[in-house]
Design a protein around this ligand. Structure first.
Ligand code: HEM
Length: 497
């Protein structure tokens, strides 16, 4: 920025360090003073209701493997094709000024500025989620954030909700390993978690899941290391990403997909649209797709990172939704909150604006003048005016079902994957950390909640439940009794404790 300092209406200013006063009284005619104070008063916008603290960077995505037989997405059409991207990393429950090293999932959102519109993969650093029906999301987040009376984090709220939501056990187990405290954003993998549809020119479709593997390695912090960092360098992950890119040390990720045909989906041992489950790699191997490279820091944090708006509903031809109920609701929630957080024209902001925007929506607060003027209705008789193209119609899976609140009770199969994680994936050291991390956190909750939750760990695996019980000095026999009880009985018994 060069040249003369001006008022907000562009007139050159004579001074900026002294208000216009007479005998100490400030005069209303000092428009620069009132303008400066009032703009400042309006600087903050609502923080994101989740994922409030984050950092971002620009870069590109390059296709390294041709999977165009599965998807007509233009940006995936050939090896070597590059697409500009913007990535935002975040931490879920921590507020905008909080520490980067809290135990919490991390967000990994990627916006691809493709020639057929913006495509967003709004991913996390864990492959599964706490719930599989979005109707539970506001309650879940309330329980993880601050108590409405004390404004403090509340172990009772946290474990009360989770212990009554046993489908969370897979994600809770991952969160309380050291993967709940990633080393920083560069050394962190990403997962689309939800299942998406890919379809080709012939409208043949498959179901897919995304994985981003950090080429820097997936590294974590121990609980002690995280505690030290929170005190010493609470923005450590933000600093790490910014510095690395500033120094030309560009982080990269390899992007993979898992592909499942509709026929395989019918027979798979797990519900492929349940966000609390993974698809085993031995059943559906990771197939390389491309590379994410981050090579440019934002010029203005607010304009580019704070105002960035990612949404799972931002899809391009060749990519569609699946019957994953969590995804279905996410397709609504993000743009809804963005209309509140950023205003109705948030898609016109430079960081969110797609190439080739052609809509008939007009006006509303803060329209930036990039959607043209007339015609503002459709159909119209104006030559060459924008018109829909039926050749983009996606596949239309046939549905035959009752429209009702379908029950999804927690069953034995919900414990199979966390059991495999505990027994087949975690090392002895990982298990030691898991037990200590749980005890350190759950130990802050009421004893009845400790029992109720530990019974769920026991249902995953005897050794897991017994070790947590012993670390919390709980009666293992009582834990076993609760583990054998139904969810309803377990709730009743623990409520009387
Ligand atoms: C019921 C399920 C979910 C709901 C209703 C939901 C809702 C939201 C909302 C309202 C935001 C704030 C968006 C904004 O202000 O711009 C958000 C942010 C985010 N969510 Fe979700 N979410 C859900 C599940 C998930 C899952 C399963 C993932 C990842 C796999 C995820 C990843 C993210 C990320 C990465 C952000 C931050 C986006 C950014 O960087 O701006 N969410 N979510």
């Amino acid at each position: 920025m060069k040249g003369k300092l001006t008022t907000a209406s562009g007139a050159p200013l004579d001074g900026d360090q002294n208000s216009i006063t007479a005998s100490g009284y400030a005069l209303l005619q000092d428009v620069h003073l009132t303008e400066k104070l009032s703009h400042f008063n309006r600087e903050r916008i609502p923080e994101r209701v989740v994922h409030a603290k984050g950092t971002g960077a620009h870069g590109y995505f390059e296709v390294t493997n041709d999977l165009s037989k599965y998807t007509r997405a233009a940006f995936l059409s050939e090896v070597g094709k590059k697409t500009d991207i913007f990535v935002r990393f975040s931490i879920v429950n921590t507020e905008r000024g909080g520490p980067d090293a809290d135990r919490d999932p991390r967000g990994f959102s990627v916006k691809f500025y493709t020639e057929e519109g913006n495509y967003d993969i709004v991913a996390n650093n864990t492959p599964v989620f706490f719930i599989r029906d979005a109707i539970k999301f506001p309650d879940f987040i309330h329980s993880q954030k601050r108590n409405p009376k004390s404004n403090l984090h509340d172990y009772d709220m946290y474990w009360d909700f989770l212990s009554l939501t046993p489908e969370s056990i897979h994600q809770v187990t991952i969160l309380f390993t050291d993967r709940g405290t990633p080393k920083n954003y560069r050394h962190m993998d990403g997962f689309g978690t939800n299942t998406f549809m890919w379809y080709n020119e012939k409208n043949e479709y498959v179901w897919i899941k995304y994985t981003f593997k950090s080429d820097q390695g997936n590294e974590t912090l121990t609980a002690d290391e995280a505690t030290v960092l929170k005190g010493k360098e609470s923005d450590h992950a933000t600093i790490d990403l910014f510095k690395a890119i500033d120094e030309g040390n560009y982080p990269t990720w390899t992007v993979y997909v898992q592909i499942m045909t509709p026929e395989q989906a019918e027979d798979y041992q797990f519900d492929p649209f349940d966000a609390t489950k993974v698809w085993y790699h031995e059943d559906f191997p990771l197939i390389p797709l491309g590379k994410i490279v981050l090579n440019r820091n934002p010029e203005n944090y607010f304009d580019e990172v704070e105002q960035s708006a990612f949404a799972p509903s931002n899809m391009v031809p060749g990519i569609g939704a699946s019957p994953d109920p969590l995804l279905q609701a996410r397709m609504f929630a993000y743009t809804d909150t963005q209309r509140y957080r950023l205003g109705p024209n948030f898609q016109q902001l430079p960081i969110n604006s797609p190439k080739g925007l052609n809509v008939y929506q007009r006006d509303a607060l803060m329209s930036l003048g990039i959607v043209g003027s007339e015609p503002n209705y459709y159909p119209n008789s104006v030559p060459d005016s924008p018109a829909p193209d039926p050749s983009y119609a996606p596949p239309a899976p046939r549905i035959n079902d009752e429209a009702k609140r379908h029950q999804k009770p927690v069953e034995d199969i919900d414990f199979v994957q966390p059991r495999a994680l505990y027994n087949r994936v975690l090392s002895d050291e990982d298990k030691d950390h898991l037990i200590a991390n749980i005890a350190g956190h759950l130990g802050g909750a009421r004893e009845d909640l400790q029992y109720r939750q530990t019974a769920l760990f026991y249902k995953v695996d005897e050794d897991y439940g017994t070790r947590v019980a012993e670390s919390l000095a709980l009666d293992v026999n009582k834990v076993i009794e609760l583990a054998m009880a139904s969810d309803e009985e377990r709730k009743k018994i623990t409520m009387k404790m």
